[in-house]
Design a protein around this ligand. Structure first.
Ligand SMILES: Cc1cc2nc3c(=O)[nH]c(=O)nc-3n(C[C@H](O)[C@H](O)[C@H](O)COP(=O)(O)O)c2cc1C
Length: 372
């Protein structure tokens, strides 16, 4: 029986345990999108702290796909070079470096959370002087009207769509050059790919809108393009929102997620990372411990693919129970990894029966602190 500390084999990649750092935006780049000292220390600390997978924040495949002007990017070789020391350090600590490849779609061009998370219209700037831009959307009227300024929006043309697919392919190639072992396509949280998936935000009448097949086409085409360049021996993840949490209307739901997960597995996706929501302000999200785990569990039961669970996991025993009870193959931990960068070491201390085995998980530099 697998538990939280069991290794996880995905293709030729051996993840040392089932604990992953969930992708978390740091909004800590200059507007050039290059990784900084902050990213090196932030991600490096969690690798020291025993995470099996250290996943970057949403990393923009194209400058217009950034949530804020301060997001991390991978749209040039220089970006890959800036990320390379991070992947090397994570590997040196025994962790597996992963990158989340993202396009923010309609939710792009915003100020950072600590500056209010408000749209920056083109020709205007955030408090740091970084300019806003025109954002991309499947439909021109995807959301209820904003109060105040809204970013200039552009309905994606066929050419835009091809550009996004090419950007994902190129980003995957650069991620490989940067030394990443896992690529994750971000198709959750109301960003571009989720905006195409959900009938709430996708009102297109071409091959990319309407029925399930059409709404899922862009995600499938992107996954196919990424898989073409992502080596056969390396795992590919997709993060989805399992549901829009909009039961009162036609929306993206768990039945469609299960169906999509099966389609993605056939295209070479190894793990579906099941988050939820983020699409629409009317969403009714339950919250609380394990609040999204039932979504992951159902995808795992009904689709033929490994699954990651995320959301409201704060304790090693809680994470262990998710794996032991076959609810997910991997547990992604977000905010608790911000509170405690050593969550992975805490898990081995608390769950490993033999204290000597637990101590072995600690970096040699810290081992004198491991025996209590
Ligand atoms: C500061 C912060 C930034 C986040 N940025 C991202 C992101 O870049 N990509 C993503 O998929 N989710 C992002 N999330 C969501 C987390 O990955 C995670 O799914 C969510 O916080 C729920 O897990 P938790 O309860 O363990 O925090 C972010 C969450 C936080 C708190």
């Amino acid at each position: 029986m697998a538990d939280l500390l069991s290794p996880l084999s995905l293709r030729e990649t051996a993840v040392p345990n089932r604990i992953a750092v969930s992708p978390m935006c740091q909004y800590s780049c200059e507007p050039d999108g290059l990784a900084t000292e902050w990213h090196r220390v932030h991600l490096g600390s969690r690798a020291v702290g025993g995470a099996g997978i250290v996943m970057t924040e949403a990393t923009a495949v194209d400058p217009v796909g950034r949530i804020s002007p301060h997001d991390l990017g991978i749209w040039s070789d220089e970006h890959a070079e800036a990320l390379q020391p991070i992947t090397e350090f994570v590997r040196d600590q025994g962790g597996v470096p992963g990158i989340q490849l993202a396009h923010a779609g309609h939710k792009a061009s915003k100020t950072r959370p600590w500056d209010g998370n408000v749209p920056i219209v083109p020709d205007e700037t955030d408090p740091d002087g970084a300019e806003g831009w025109e954002v991309l959307s499947p439909s021109p009227d995807a959301y209820p009207p904003f109060e105040g300024d809204r970013p200039a929006m552009r309905k994606a043309t066929q050419e835009d769509i091809e550009g996004v697919i090419d950007a994902y392919r190129a980003a995957a190639e650069r991620s490989l050059a940067a030394g990443f072992e896992i690529a994750e396509v971000h198709a959750a949280h109301g960003y571009l790919l989720h905006e195409f998936l959900s009938p709430v935000t996708n009102r297109r009448e071409d091959d990319y809108g309407g029925n399930f097949e059409n709404r899922t086409r862009l995600v499938r085409e992107i996954v196919t393009a990424v898989r073409e360049v992502w080596p056969d021996d390396k795992p590919l993840f997709v993060r989805i929102s399992g549901t829009d949490w909009l039961d009162d209307r036609e929306s993206w739901d768990l039945d469609q997620s299960v169906r999509l997960a099966d389609d993605l597995a056939e295209l070479g996706v190894d793990l579906v990372d099941v988050s939820s929501g983020g699409l629409h302000p009317d969403q009714a999200v339950p919250g609380g411990p394990n609040f999204q785990v039932p979504l992951a569990e159902r995808v795992r039961e009904e689709a033929d693919v490994a699954v990651g669970a995320v959301g409201g996991v704060t304790e090693p025993e809680q994470a262990d129970a998710i794996v032991r009870n076959d609810r997910a193959d991997l547990v992604l931990v977000g905010r608790e990894f911000l509170r405690d960068p050593y969550f992975g070491l805490r898990a081995s201390d608390e769950l490993e029966r033999d204290p000597d085995d637990a101590a072995q998980q600690w970096p040699v530099q810290y081992r004198r602190a491991a025996h209590r």
